[in-house]
Each structure stands twice: as C-alpha cells, then as structure tokens.
Design a protein. Structure first.
Length: 115
C-alpha cells in the first residue's frame, strides 16, 4: 500500500497550490480520502475529506472557503486545491485513506507560505 503526496512547495501569501495524493495497493474507490496538516509545534488537524464516490465533502471551518478536495477514482488520485494561501497555512500536509476496516497514511508534503 502506498499513498504518495506531492505538489507542496514555497508560495507567497495569496498564492495557490494543488496537492496530489497517488494511491496504490488497495481499492481506492472504496475508501474515504482526507487531507490533514501539521504545523510546527502543533498537532495534526483535519483539512478536508471526501467520500468514496466523491459526492460528499467536509472541510475544516477555517479552510472551507479557500480549499477544495476532489478525487479521480480512475486515476487513484485525490487532490487538494488550495487558494488564497496564508502564512498560517504553512505545514506538512498528509493524505489519509480509510474504510470501515483499514486506514493508511501517506508521507507528508511541505507547504510553506511566505508573507
């Protein structure tokens, strides 16, 4: 099983990034997908999640107007489009897949937003 997150980087405040999470080794279309983030010195927090079909999404309040989660089951990939980025969005972003019986974490991708 692998979840490979990519797309992080350094961006100026107000800019945008699109993260990708490529999955393999399990039936992607049967799993909820989530993005979490962890800022330096803080705990891991939920950013957004999407249902297996993509028909339902959920966001943390502070991000719902700026971030969009999506998935393409045909490509076993989940995405996080991040707009209007702020310095406080600086964190390592992780993708997470879960079902009723299994859960998998990907490695993180660093997002740094400069002021």
């Amino acid at each position: 099983v692998q979840l490979v997150a990519s797309g992080g980087g350094l961006v100026q405040s107000g800019g945008s990034l699109r993260l990708s999470c490529a999955a393999s080794g399990f039936t992607f279309s049967n799993y909820f997908m989530s993005w979490y983030r962890q800022a330096p010195g803080k705990g891991r927090e939920l950013v957004a999640e999407i249902s297996p079909s993509g028909g339902s999404t959920n966001y943390a309040d502070s991000m719902k107007d700026r971030f969009t989660i999506s998935r393409l089951n045909a490509k076993n990939t989940a995405y996080l489009q991040m707009n209007s980025l702020k310095p406080e969005d600086t964190a390592v972003y992780f993708c997470y897949a879960y079902s009723s019986t299994e859960q998998y974490w990907g490695q993180g991708t660093q997002v740094t937003v400069s002021s």
